[in-house]
Design a protein around this ligand. Structure first.
Ligand code: NAP
Length: 294
């Protein structure tokens, strides 16, 4: 992998910038004086973030709201950022949604929408970014997979399916560019304290929560910024990730017997909620994370 993006200020487009890890990545890059293009659906949150990024030192900030599942809207957002900045050096694609429930109890359109945002959205972002990078013969695409892109987890089938697809796409893109100057990286966090869990659709009677050990979004963002400086194929973030994925691969029978009770105890809340589609079809105001509720 090349280290072409190490050094001075870069032009970085961040999707999923309105909350969680994407937002923290934008703030960390702003402190370094990078120029930013901020993409997510919520315009007001992006404008607020842009103000903070400028105060922190970002050289230029372009707000370009778009649904990444909508290729035309996404392509327009990319073109707007490119038009303002002249070139894009790095794309960090953190936008995603999740849905909870037993597979057979989740409405089909909810399962499909998670694939639309997480898989089609990733393909849209990757295609536009790589065409630009290939033209310039330099650039770095950072995709977000997950520990669950390597294991099965009950009650999260739409998200797990989508993350396996993202892992497959990322590894294929890396193989296609193995000798070239363009880098493709895959970040694989375990549990991170963000509101993705609160905003997720649920057809399970409860919301999910991050499984322990839970990392802060700033920590994952800091690791992502280091990855931008020194591109590598994969960036696992989570001390138990290797053990859990080895257990899944090597002892599938044992894994399958213990995983549902463990998930129920460690990764699901206990407050009852009625079935709802969360932020899948329409973005929502940022909720108070479960851990901060009184
Ligand atoms: N949190 C974890 O425990 C964890 C673990 C492993 C991997 N990850 C991955 O890390 C990445 C960031 O997740 P996070 O935890 O930071 O989640 P988050 O706080 O919910 O952020 C997700 C972002 O994606 C945006 N988004 C959702 N749907 C979109 C769409 N259709 N088009 C454009 N933007 C959209 C959201 O904003 P709008 O609503 O404004 O569009 C938000 O800015 C995701 O890929 C996630 O799968 C997270």
């Amino acid at each position: 992998m090349s280290t072409i993006s190490a050094g001075g200020p870069r032009n970085v487009l961040v999707t999923g910038a309105s909350s969680g890890i994407g937002r923290e990545v934008a703030l960390a890059l702003a402190e370094r004086g990078d120029a930013l293009v901020l993409v997510a659906r919520r315009h007001a949150e992006l404008e607020d973030l842009a103000v903070r990024c400028r105060l922190l030192g970002a050289s230029t900030v372009v707000v370009a709201p778009a649904d990444v599942a909508d290729d035309e809207a996404w392509t327009d957002a990319f073109a707007e950022g490119l038009g303002e900045l002249g070139r894009i050096d790095v794309v960090v694609h953190a936008a995603a949604v999740a849905a909870y429930g037993r597979f057979d109890e989740i409405p089909g359109e909810v399962f499909d929408r998670v694939q639309e945002v997480n898989v089609r959205g990733t393909a849209n972002v990757a295609r536009t970014s790589l065409r630009h990078f290939d033209d310039r013969q330099r650039g770095h695409l950072v995709l977000f997979g997950s520990l669950v892109g390597k294991i099965g987890t009950p009650f999260l089938s739409p998200y797990v399916t989508s993350k396996w697809a993202v892992h497959g796409l990322a590894r294929t893109l890396q193989a296609e560019r193995a000798r070239g100057p363009v880098d493709v990286s895959l970040v694989e966090p375990g549990g991170v304290s963000t509101t993705i869990y609160d905003k997720a659709a649920s057809y399970l009677g409860v919301q999910g929560k991050p499984p322990p050990p839970v990392y802060g979004a700033e920590r994952v963002a800091a690791a992502t910024v280091r990855l931008i400086d020194r591109p590598r194929r994969e960036l696992p973030v989570g001390v138990f990730n290797p053990v859990i994925s080895a257990g899944f691969r090597l002892f599938p029978g044992v894994y399958d017997r213990i995983v549902a009770p463990l998930v129920t105890r460690l990764a699901l809340g206990d407050e009852p909620v009625a079935d709802h589609p969360g932020n899948l079809f329409q973005s929502q105001p940022e909720p108070v994370p479960a851990k901060d509720r009184r």
